[in-house]
Design a protein around this ligand. Sequence first.
Ligand code: ADP
Length: 532
Amino acid sequence: MPSGSLILTIDQGTTSTRAIVFDESACPIGSAQQELRQIFPQSGWVEHDPVEIAEAAIGVARLALEDANATAADVAAMGITNQRETTVIWERATGRPLANAIVWQDHRTAEICNGLSDAGLADDIWSRTGLIVDPYFSATKMRWMLDHLPIPNLQARAEIGDVRLGTVDSWLIDQLTRGSSNTPQDDVPHLTDVTNASRTMLLNIHDLTWDPELLEIFNIPEAALPTPLPSAGTFAVTHPSICGRAIPITGVAGDQHAALYGQACFARGDMKCTYGTGAFLLANNGANLDLFTGAAGSGQLTADDLDEANAGLLFTLGWQAGGSKIYALEASIFNTGSTMQWLRDGLGIIANAEESSDIAVLLGDNDGVYLVPAFSGLGSPHWDPHARASITGMSRGTTKDHVIRAALESTAYQVKEVVDIMDSQLRMPRRGNRRERVLRVDGGQTRNPFLMQFQADLLDRPIEVSAVDETTALGATFLAGRAAGIWRSDRELAMLWQCDRRYEPEMSESERIRLMSGWNEALRRTKTGFRE
Ligand code: ADP
């Protein structure tokens, strides 16, 4: 093994922290993983312990190197990818957290969001950030911390940069560069990458700097915030005590952005979907933010774009690397894989998610039974936080197998809805009757053959499952490796991407229409405001 050509990537997710060592062909050669404790102090609140996150990240990084039979001397660079929006607050000098992190799923700031919408600020916030006002994003979590933590003079301390606010990437960079010394330090870098910053609701998505108007609206002091940097480039160097030798951190991106890069979605219109607890669909929207690209495009979000955004998608940053930035459209669907967990743990009608595929295939048809998994409201494209899950269309002949099939189908319907909206917004050319491009997929639910075939059928486009399971980590690795000079172009990266399985659409148009109209009816009955 040539010395110094490996990439060590940390993937800090919502439920676990992983580290993977990749070689120069982007093949994983060692890994380690640790579960992360979920803390639910009150209904609607979700927290993580930042110290547990940092210790896990350092622990799995060391174990992954061991697993790869490598040392830090073999590593050229480190990549970091992370759960987005989750917000941490800590002291600059000591690196000590002042509270638990508020996780992206936490809804405690719903009232703050209602206040912003009532004050008529939603459109202005949207045109600066591309985001819909929702507790999901970091700004209201930061506001909540500064207002409610029982710590004297918190706002004043944030104003002089004595207290730091940041997403999980910033927290990890701080902890990985600080080392274990207990002596207060003033020069530990406070950094983020632009994709993570774009999810705070404080970054101006046009010029990728903290927006003075937004900082004022949320009353967040810039001195407490990290400096946003491109996703590929030298961020900092890890403290030698972390892995036995300093490693440059050269690639950082939020998990979904990293997955878009890791799926080699480099051309405008390329789409990926990550099917985990929820499903996250991102499409490369090219170098211009607005939907009406080309010579006529203004490069800014316009009222026309706002109309389109009312279709329920987020405008976000894809990545910034190699001197250029790529924008993306995003759909966040909150409940997909979690529905399978509910079948197993809540209803006890499956022993594990794997067996659901054969059950659904054997059943042959859904017999008109639909499950709308609005367990925590509906995200894209409906943004209905008050909707609750439903099962409709049952008859006396309905069995648990129908519910299992309906649960699997619900993932595919939800993704179909947002792919259709993205297709029309991106205005991609058609070839024959079929969209030109495939959908690249990753995540736990891609191990379900029934679901993947059903998804290809509903979308009427081929689906490609990536050979590397950990596409999120792969994306951060690609970014880190580009900045470290291991790979020189997106073209080179595209050649490294490998397909494991491909599903071709086989369903007739009439069947697709029949199924979708059943889904739409079930959805209509589930959304808030339904009246018979
Ligand atoms: P996350 O990163 O969000 O924790 P993963 O990508 O690890 O998620 O995927 C885990 C999710 O995928 C779980 O919710 C699980 O129910 C679902 N899942 C795992 N295997 C299957 C399967 N064979 N069929 C359907 N769903 C599955």
